[in-house]
Design a protein around this ligand. Structure first.
Ligand code: BGC
Length: 488
């Protein structure tokens, strides 16, 4: 992420140990900014329960339903591209505020839509907010966070996404009794307004302030967020050292080694989407319907279980990502996802003739979710925030985040067509094969980025190391690290 303070011996000899007391203000700030993750999740989850009712009210085809789902994702691609310039020119805080305002208007617009075209338009508009928030909030978080909890805060952001999804599923279920799809969509305006009000009171990112030349203000913000004056001075020194001139950014972007990192990030985010996660997130009730659960309430209940498991399994990643490393967890996750999708395909192939088979289908969807939430869910976002050189980090993250939304749209736009065209057995079979095949990509091209500072990754990358090896320590062997990169 941009603006990450990296340890050095500059700054009057003071070097943080990574064990500094944390100022509680950091958590308040982080929680408020992470509300953007919650909204991201709410908007992803909310459509699952509303889609069937919308389909009935407007009598639309499957391809129009796919458009209603995917308009948000196309909007998110556009939002991601706009967010770099907006957050650079006006600041991170104002960019999040803008996304809050768009969230409020977009949600109400969706709830009031009186034909599919208007609904599609407002879903697209809402998507712009999702795109801005999904770029700016993690950036803001990483710029506010003391380095010892930076990774954890990004994983927490993913946690908020999953909580948003489950809250949307619960609210959809409650409202599904009366078929109130309009309220399902419009109610998202409430947390959006809460976020906007909260963010209004947050300080601007100290790194952005320093970039924009407001050194005094940057220092004042750091005083609110850090526990000692020494830390404040050290960090400001680091920020000033890392403030890059536009010429350096151009040079890095033109560097062929940076292009390799860019391609890696774009591919990793594409892989995350082609695991098929959002097939489940958007269409879970439809999958359960195909598996023989007839009533809307049964389908929604099973969907809520999926959402809760998604939240809980994210804790597995939070607990192990810095201990086991990124790659081992990715392998385990993909094996779990590949097997569960494969078995789901087989179940559909044999036909859901008994209740036992129906429950097994729900079980496989749940196991699939565990595989995703413990691995590719948080870890792809983490790796993508680690592999880009600081000078071009904004650019790299924009490209990989846009790839995430773009591929998300492809999955959203093709799933129902595939389900009706080649049938559920082949559709899930295909996702199973892809999940296993992606492990080959990890093996050959993905670096392990545990226990290494962002600076060293950058150094390895720019001097031409193979992508797989940019996370390999050359300055200090991994074994000699006492679990604290600050001392590296
Ligand atoms: C993905 C989203 C997905 C969510 C599910 C995120 O990491 O980018 O597309 O819906 O996880 O929890």
């Amino acid at each position: 992420m941009a603006g990450v303070a990296v340890p050095s011996s500059k700054g009057g000899g003071y070097v943080p140990t990574g064990k500094e007391k944390l100022n509680p203000m950091v958590y308040i700030t982080a929680m408020t900014a992470a509300l953007a993750g919650l909204l991201f999740g709410l908007d992803i989850g909310v459509i699952a329960g509303a889609l069937d009712f919308i389909g009935h009210e407007f009598t639309v085809s499957d391809s129009t339903k796919e458009l209603i789902v995917s308009a948000l994702l196309i909007g998110a691609v556009i939002g991601t591209f706009c967010s770099g310039p907006i957050s650079r020119k006006f600041g991170r805080r104002k960019a999040i505020l803008l996304s809050g305002a768009i969230f409020v208007i977009g949600s109400i617009g969706c709830g009031l839509a009186h034909n599919p075209e208007i609904l599609i338009f407002f879903r697209g508009f809402l998507g712009v907010a999702v795109g801005i928030a999904s770029f700016t909030a993690p950036l803001y978080l990483s710029e506010m966070a003391p380095m010892q909890i930076r990774g954890r805060l990004i994983a927490m952001y993913q946690l908020m996404i999953t909580i948003g999804i489950v809250l949307a599923f619960v609210s959809d279920t409650i409202l599904s009794y009366g078929g109130h799809w309009r309220i399902m969509l419009a109610i998202v305006a409430v947390p959006a307004a809460m976020m906007a009000i909260g963010v209004y009171f947050l300080p601007e990112s100290p790194r952005w302030l320093a970039l924009a030349g407001f050194k005094e203000q940057a220092m004042n913000v750091l005083r609110k967020l850090r526990s000692s004056e020494e830390e404040v001075k050290w960090e400001l020194g680091e920020i000033e050292n890392s403030v890059v001139d536009p010429e350096k950014t151009k040079k890095v972007i033109a560097n062929p080694n940076f292009k390799k990192a860019l391609i890696l990030g774009i591919c990793l985010q594409a892989i995350q989407q082609f695991t098929g996660i959002n097939v489940v997130m958007y269409y879970a009730p439809q999958i359960f319907k195909a598996a023989g659960f007839d009533t809307n309430q049964e389908q929604m209940f099973a969907t809520i279980i999926v959402g809760v498991v998604n939240v809980l399994a994210t804790f597995i990643a939070i607990a192990f990502v810095d201990k086991l490393g990124r790659k081992p967890i990715l392998y385990i996750g993909h094996i779990v996802m590949g097997l569960s999708m494969g078995i789901l395909g087989l179940l559909f192939f044999h036909g859901m003739s008994s209740t036992g088979m129906q429950y097994s289908a729900v079980g496989m969807v749940i196991i699939f979710i565990i595989g995703f939430a413990m691995s590719a869910g948080p870890i792809i976002w983490i790796i993508c925030s680690e592999i880009y050189p600081l000078a071009a980090r904004d650019f790299g993250i924009t490209a990989s985040t846009a790839s995430n939304w773009f591929c998300n749209a492809i999955v959203g736009m093709t799933f129902l067509t595939m389900l009706n065209g080649i049938g559920p057995a082949s559709t899930f079979g295909l996702y199973a094969v892809m999940n296993i095949a992606f492990m080959i990509f990890y093996f050959y091209f993905t670096p392990e980025t545990k226990d290494i500072s962002l600076e060293e990754i950058e150094e390895n990358l720019l001097k031409g190391a193979k992508m797989k090896e940019i996370g390999t320590r050359t300055r200090i062997p991994r074994e000699n690290i006492a679990g604290n990169e600050a001392q590296a």
